[in-house]
Ligand binder design. Structure first.
Ligand code: SF4
Length: 479
């Protein structure tokens, strides 16, 4: 089998922010006729790793594949086409993908015609692509985050030529605003508002894998949101690597606060957004969030460390003091706001005293929840070149201490919820018990309760009767 390399990813090209202009098109997707014929009766399976941006990309891939005539199956063994939609943010995410690639070798050995494709952030890195080319010859196609809209053309080429194809552009050239999407949820939707990130936090690979920060035109975002409202969606989450930077690349004064307000005015019952960078979080955003009842008072505000010197090394652009001041500003307007965060433990050369600052910050802010990670170097980032004198055992010990602090903070909020009445958007049945309904409060807390299936998709009142820290037992209130 020959290998066609159209484009290999290149981190230094991806790092550059010069001379990048992305052409936005609104073209109907044209399915290649040959692919249409070949897709007839064929099935696909997509496994997605990582963040909500990847989930939204999966919805686009599904939309494209179903437009071509593929139909979805629940098990990879039943599929004629398997796509791994990957994440590069941490080493263990990549390890999982390599494990899965190994599993797929077994499937391909019994099903020769199957096509195996790998897309997403992981393959935006040349060393990963080279490894897969050399060691995993059963992978037929690798494509990146910038050319998902060309997926059908790439598949057409692979199916016809039966060559291996590598096409991973380092920078986006065009973006199609009229891509089909097969949404994974019937009542809750993700809407991209911007792509990429220009912050270049020193540990993060995202600015290289997702490219330059670029905002979607507001007209396209609002049209998508109105369409979701018209078709009965109850919740929209606006997505971006750094949503607060929305509009900064458009220079017309229309910013994230303006967009939030306009989306809230579409009448969507619940509006959320993620992820926020504290540096870009403005007073006008706080004003808008507090003014509109349908904007949920639950904000994910990644802090990463509670020590200002560490934050400087991480390239985060704020200090502990300015972060705490931002939280105080939010709480002054919205005393009951639920705050969650991300924290990295064991960044190079973190001292005990610096780590203690993170522990005291967790206590001071009083988070409802926290995603905690042990630092893992990402090849090509500035932090990966820093010398590190912290023992792995020390990092693990700090991680355990952080978990205790985070749980104490979460428990405080969880206990306070017991006895209150919450509005819950009913998602469906609980994963563990198919006779119990589950849904989320406005503060994004998972609640299980008994009720009729007719409530799925509705917002109902539930009394919280028991806390299990990160989930709750409730009783439906029939008004
Ligand atoms: S803000 Fe920092 S951590 Fe977040 S995606 Fe951008 S570079 Fe990565």
């Amino acid at each position: 089998m020959a290998i066609i390399i159209k484009e290999m990813p290149d981190l230094s090209k991806a790092r550059s922010r010069l001379h990048q202009s992305v052409t936005i098109v609104h073209d109907e997707i044209a399915v290649p006729e040959r692919l249409k014929a070949m897709a007839l009766g064929k099935t696909y399976f997509i496994r997605t790793y990582g963040c909500q941006a990847n989930v939204r990309d999966e919805e686009t891939m599904r939309g494209l594949l179903e437009e071509a005539g593929f139909s979805s199956v629940d098990k990879e063994q039943d599929a004629d086409l398997i796509i791994l939609n990957t994440c590069a943010v941490r080493e263990n995410a990549e390890d999982k993908v390599f494990g899965e690639i190994g599993v797929l070798k077994g499937i391909k050995s019994t099903k020769k015609d199957i096509v195996i494709a790998i897309g997403g952030c992981m393959v935006q890195q040349a060393h990963i692509v080279s490894t897969i080319i050399d060691k995993h010859r059963h992978v037929d196609l690798m494509f990146g985050t910038h050319n998902i809209h060309q997926l059908l053309d790439m598949l057409d080429e692979v199916y016809v030529s039966r060559n291996r194809l590598i096409d991973v552009p380092s920078i986006p050239v065009s973006s199609n605003e009229t891509m089909p999407a097969k949404r994974l949820h019937r009542y809750k939707a993700f809407v991209n508002i911007m792509y990429g990130c220009d912050k270049f936090c020193t540990y993060c690979i995202v600015p290289y894998t997702r490219g330059r920060e670029r905002s979607r035109p507001k007209e396209d975002i609002l049209a998508e949101c109105r369409q979701l409202v018209a078709t009965g969606y109850q919740e929209i989450t606006l997505l971006g690597q750094n949503v607060n930077a929305y509009g900064k690349d458009q220079h017309d004064g229309y910013n994230f606060a303006s967009l939030l307000k306009d989306v809230a005015l579409t009448g969507i019952p619940r509006l959320r957004f993620t992820t926020s960078h504290p540096w870009d979080f403005s007073a006008s955003m706080i004003e808008v969030i507090s003014a509109y009842p349908n904007i949920m008072k639950a904000i994910h505000l990644p802090v990463q460390s509670g020590n200002s010197a560490m934050l400087r090394l991480m390239g985060r652009r704020y200090t502990r003091e300015s972060y705490v001041a931002l939280v105080e500003q939010m709480r002054a307007k919205m005393p009951d706001i639920a705050l969650t965060t991300d924290i990295i433990v064991g960044f190079p050369n973190e001292t005990d005293a610096q780590f203690n600052d993170t522990l005291t910050l967790v206590e001071q802010v009083g988070y409802d929840g926290c995603f905690t990670f042990i630092y893992s170097p990402r090849q090509g980032t500035p932090a990966s070149r820093m010398k590190d004198d912290v023992l792995t055992s020390v990092k693990h010990e700090r991680f355990d201490r952080l978990l205790i602090a985070v749980e104490a903070s979460a428990r405080h909020h969880a206990d306070a919820l017991v006895g209150t009445t919450q509005l819950v958007l009913v998602d469906g049945y609980s994963k563990r018990n198919k006779r119990v309904l589950s849904g989320y409060t406005e503060g994004n807390k998972l609640v299980h309760f008994s009720g009729s299936s007719a409530l799925i998709g509705a917002i109902v009142k539930v009394k919280i009767v028991e806390s299990h820290l990160y989930s709750f037992k409730g009783e439906l209130i029939n008004d």
